[in-house]
Design a protein. Structure first.
Length: 259
């Protein structure tokens, strides 16, 4: 399987909702974000009930839904993004169920995705989804709830591949308050004890300064809402913002190494 996170440093994963802009503009933005330092793309499949997301991403999804042809647009976005950087699709279970897990997994694999993360994957559907993805060589990153019991954490870890996602905040995406770094550190230690998979963190990493504080704890940081906010209102600022996060994660690229 494709190794999603191979850098010896904390990688930058940039979330972009598919279909927010017309294809030509979207591709230009992806090019610019790549050049600015994104290591991995996480492409969001627009959904009408994105209950784990905050208002910025929900609004972006509504805009994408309004353009129609949501899945087709997302597949084209994934295909282009995957030509630039390893790309993971972020989706909810409802569209996976509606299109059929096996069918959707095949479509995303054919588009070049390295993996698909179903953020609200029902545990009773986890084995079916894992099998469908494995059959087409897709990785299945899993989001892990902060307060998961040891048995639940172990179950999720067994069914995951690619990475384990440890939210930096228990709030919806777009949270802009302080982060409890010791609690996140304890959480990441629990995940590493349960699985050899890389640990990735996002949600609430709203500034480059916060990204720099989270970076020593994880293998990659996901930046979503700040980039989506820029893409929605001032797309020309998205690349500079990406560069600021990339610099925060890797301030001394010539000499810095990561154990």
């Amino acid at each position: 399987m494709h190794a999603l996170l191979t850098q010896p440093r904390c990688a930058l994963v940039v979330f972009v909702p598919a279909g927010l802009h017309p294809p030509t503009a979207e591709r230009r933005h992806l090019d610019q974000i790549t050049d600015a330092g994104a290591d991995v793309f996480e492409v969001g499949l627009a959904h009408h009930n994105a209950h784990l997301d905050g208002p910025v991403i929900q609004a972006a999804y509504r805009r994408a839904l309004g353009r129609g042809q949501v899945l087709d647009r997302t597949l084209r976005s994934v295909e282009y993004a995957a030509g630039l950087r390893p790309t993971v699709v972020m989706t909810y279970w409802e569209p996976v169920s509606r299109h059929g897990p096996e069918h959707l997994a095949r479509q995303f694999a054919d588009a070049g995705a390295a993996g698909v993360m179903v953020v609200d994957l029902p545990e009773h559907q986890a084995e079916r989804w894992r099998t469908a993805a494995k059959d087409v060589n897709l990785q299945t990153p899993r989001l892990v709830r902060r307060h998961s019991a040891a048995t639940e954490l172990a179950t999720v870890a067994i069914g995951a591949s690619g990475w384990l996602y440890a939210p930096a905040s228990t709030a919806p995406t777009g949270y802009r308050g302080p982060l409890h770094i010791p609690a996140l550190a304890d959480f990441t230690r629990r995940l590493r004890a349960a699985s050899p998979l890389p640990v990735v963190s996002g949600v609430g990493i709203s500034t480059p300064a916060l990204a720099a504080r989270v970076a020593p704890l994880v293998d990659a940081v996901v930046v979503g809402t700040p980039i989506v906010r820029a893409l929605t209102s001032h797309p020309e600022q998205a690349a500079a913002l990406t560069a600021a996060f990339a610099q925060a994660l890797n301030p001394h690229p010539a000499t810095e190494t990561r154990a």
